[in-house]
Ligand binder design. Structure first.
Ligand code: TYM
Length: 331
């Protein structure tokens, strides 16, 4: 079986972009691959977090995995900080990573621009910790949204460089993105991806939004000029591809299992009004039962699952670390 690893940070509000880009594909992939899903709390603290909120969010993300259909009898679920090897390997990989590698990372460049001189070293080093997450478990596939592909490229570089210097140790992993869900765009600005840290709540639909909120946000979503419902794959032509509508149709399609072509046909002769009301209903049609499942999972239940997951992950990670320490020359 192929080995698979992925994770989500317990920061901000998880939105439908996170679900459609990442978690949704994990649920299918766990049937075909030996899967590990991690709540990456050490990544979250690269920007300031309230300790109480962080603890709550960490449990909530794990509950979201379960409510989405991640099955703890098939997959391993755990919290990153519960397996100390992640930090240890990150340190060792720091000695293989170069400033030149990290200076290229666009996510760091974006985030550090906002924070300037107060940007933490952790934020700069974030992709190295992510490489450690992936490489510890001989991961072959990493299912993510497309904003993480550059980080996975770094994990590939570090694996190859380490192997060349110290002998074959790490598997070189591959990123996997879905064609349509890989980049869900902001509802208030279809030129930027939907983001947990967006300043306006009209940017995203949170996985905890109720029906009325979803409808309000979808009604406010920006649309392109033109009144009919069309969909074009020609992204080079901004006018014809109508990015705002394209994004809404992609969301509709991913939640309803209808193709964009079928959706366009359904709304022939109708306008944005009907389309938006139906889209909100389709999203809530997923969210309402999802939220019921989420509410039914107790803290105790999820803590027990995470503890069992950490025991499994620790055993695998420790075996890899033994090899790494020996290769590097640690006594
Ligand atoms: P994070 O927590 O920012 O996002 C979690 C997942 O959601 C995807 N995503 C999106 N997909 C589609 N459209 C969007 N608008 C959108 N926004 C976010 C992300 O691509 C991601 O898959 N660094 C990672 C967490 C991480 C990780 C790892 C992932 C740490 N270690 C090892 C894989 C393997 C992150 O910050 O994701």
């Amino acid at each position: 079986m192929q080995k698979l690893f992925s994770g989500v940070q317990p920061s901000g509000n998880l939105h439908i972009g996170n679900y459609l880009g990442a978690v949704k594909q994990w649920v299918t992939l766990q049937e075909q691959a030996e899967s590990i899903f991690c709540v990456v709390d050490l990544h979250a603290i690269t920007v300031p977090q309230d300790p109480e909120v962080l603890r709550k969010k960490t449990l909530e993300i794990a509950k979201i995995y379960l409510a989405s259909g991640i099955d703890p009898t098939k997959s391993t679920l755990f919290v990153q900080s519960h397996v100390a090897a992640h930090s240890e390997l990150a340190w060792i990989l720091n000695t293989v990573a170069r400033m030149g590698d990290l200076d290229k990372m666009t996510q760091y460049k974006d985030k550090s621009q906002k924070e300037g001189e107060t940007t933490s070293i952790g934020l700069y080093d974030y992709p190295v910790l992510m490489a450690a997450d992936i490489l510890l478990y001989d991961t072959e596939v990493v299912p993510v949204g497309d904003d993480q592909l550059q980080h996975i490229e770094l994990a590939r570089t570090l694996a190859r460089r380490f192997n060349e210097r110290f002998g074959e140790t790490f598997v070189v992993p591959e990123g996997r993105i879905q064609k349509e869900g890989a980049r869900i765009m902001g509802l208030d600005d279809p030129t930027k991806k939907m983001s947990k840290s967006a300043p306006s709540e009209y940017n995203y639909i949170s996985l905890t939004d109720d029906e009325a909120t979803v409808l309000r946000k979808i009604k406010k979503a920006v649309t392109d000029s033109g009144t009919d419902i069309t969909y074009s794959d020609d992204l080079s032509d901004a006018e014809a591809s109508r990015p705002a509508l394209r994004n809404l149709i992609n969301i509709y399609s991913l939640f309803s299992r209808k193709t964009p072509g079928e959706i366009v046909e359904m709304y022939a002769g109708k306008g944005y009004g009907d389309f938006k009301v139906d889209l909100a209903a389709v999203i809530s049609g997923f969210l309402t039962p999802f939220q019921e499942r989420l509410a039914s999972i107790s803290d105790e239940e999820v803590k027990a699952i995470l503890e069992a997951g950490a025991v499994k992950a620790r055993a695998q990670a420790e075996a890899k670390m033994k090899q790494v320490r020996e290769r590097v020359g640690l006594l």
